[in-house]
Design a protein around this ligand. Structure first.
Ligand code: FES
Length: 137
């Protein structure tokens, strides 16, 4: 049984998404998309624009439930997928701000690295779209 399936059994309230294609990036055929516990406590989530595509695959990272993280939305951080403050460089004229997030349980999570997800900061499979796969060689 996969780790992802175990996680969904422990947290039955999470949204379940099924993917039809096989894995290119460690994705399973069925995944749950975690919830950002601080999503309603910030205005950054209201930004309609997405950042530049950094990679065509998500990034697996271990997250602690007691920490608040900042996910890079602009796609310019050198510490992907976490924000390193690059968006503050006035010469780059970046208007996008990072998404602060917190997870319910400590564990491994797939964070979006294509910056096009609809479930920021978590990968929702959007990176499988042909235009995203073609954007990064
Ligand atoms: S990396 Fe999967 S949706 Fe962005």
């Amino acid at each position: 049984m996969s780790i992802i399936l175990k996680r969904s059994l422990r947290t039955p309230g999470l949204l379940k998404v099924c993917y039809s294609s096989s894995s290119q990036s460690g994705d399973a055929t069925a995944k749950t998309i975690p919830k950002n516990l601080v999503e309603d406590k910030q205005t950054a989530v209201l930004q309609k624009e997405n950042g530049v595509i950094f990679d065509k695959r998500p990034f697996k990272i271990h997250l602690d439930k007691d920490k608040t993280y900042s996910w890079c939305l602009c796609g310019k951080s050198k510490s992907q997928p976490i924000c390193d403050g690059t968006h503050k460089n006035e010469f780059l004229k970046i208007k996008l701000r990072p998404i602060r997030f917190k997870v319910e349980k400590s564990g491994d999570y797939w964070l979006c690295n294509c910056k096009q997800t609809s479930h920021r900061p978590f990968c929702d499979g959007t990176h499988k779209q042909p235009e995203i796969q073609a954007a990064v060689k």
